[in-house]
Design a protein around this ligand. Sequence first.
Ligand code: LLP
Length: 429
Amino acid sequence: MHHAVSSQDGNLFIESTSLSSIASQFGTPCYVYSKAAISNNFLAYQSALADKEHLICYAVKANSNIAVLQTLVELGAGFDIVSIGELERVLRAGGNPAKVVFSGVAKTASEMQRALELGIHCFNVESEAELELLNSTAASCDAIAAVSLRVNPDVDAQTHPYISTGLKENKFGIDINLAAKVYQRAAQMAHINVVGVDCHIGSQLVDIAPFVAALERLLALVDELAGLGIALQHIDIGGGLGVRYDNEQPPTPQSYMSAILPLLTDRSETLVLEPGRSITANAGVMLTQVQYLKSNGEKNFAIVDAAMNDMIRPALYQAWMDIQPISAGNSDNAVAESAVAKSAVYDVVGPVCETGDFLAKDRSLAISAGDYLCLMSAGAYGFVMSSNYNSRPRAPEVMVDGNQVYLVRRRETIEDLLSGESLLPAAVR
Ligand code: LLP
């Protein structure tokens, strides 16, 4: 996977733009993405699929900034969405609804209506109850809904339990052993057109074997359905390819596809993929500034200006993310008393009033107050999971394209924070 950050004499760059210049222009915390890295990661899938009929539906949830989506639209991407909000983002970015698949366990009737009106590629249906609501909603719109059933293949993705989705105990999908019955019902519904099958077994997979096991189970189902007279047009194997945060060795899209494609020889179904993290994670970083250094006896803390509300992955999944100073020994002394960077082992923590508010633990860093740090691999599940907890305005997002830098989401203001709220009317006596 293409990594956005390079180092020249200890100074970090994204493409040909230095991170110091971005930190001083836009302030911190700040998300920074590389257009080239996003593009290259997408193109790696495209070239790995070579002449196999395919549709790569980028999972919008991973990073939904409309400039990121626009970058992918320009390369011909489709999109995997889980809400109407994400669908409207795809439209705003110029995306084609005919290349959109709609996932999620809890689609509402009004979401279904909007998606039907726009003519999306298909609904990834996750239960019989949802299938019924979709059929009746389509009937009321005088439409036919294209449907793929998301099956749960009961495969262990061997990843963090919170991001594992393909086990029987998870809320996702229809038990693969019951799927043929549901397909037969779907085939009889007047406003449903059965077009495919899909699964998604989890995220941050670093091994190919679970993907292969899941596909084998899907193919057995496809054959069973063919025997029942139900022919599918596409097979969607979801997203989930992992990235390197630390020393993981995830397969490249090339090696992933070379394990998958042989199973599909002599099959005419289009292969659909829903990659998220592997497109954007290593195409982005989050910049933050050290506010204070502090020691409590044995422990050293680097207190920075980014918090769990900006990046929740370490707090929520015990995720390990690399963090490095953005320049070799030049500290901006706005906050610092002493410019001498002492190397020590730090917990990098934020301003939020929670013990779980950390970005990194036990890291060897030579830093002073005022220094800027770069949290690596933050382009996926970063900004999108941010919140206003502790009434903290959300960070800006910046897109680098060579030596050009574009602000693609401005920093929120205090006014933004308060804009939806109102006081109660004055008490009536
Ligand atoms: N398709 C479906 C139906 C999904 O639920 C997901 C992610 C994807 C595709 C994309 O998976 P990816 O290629 O990004 O692994 N917030 C967590 C990750 C949650 C993933 C949820 N589903 C994290 O920060 O690790």
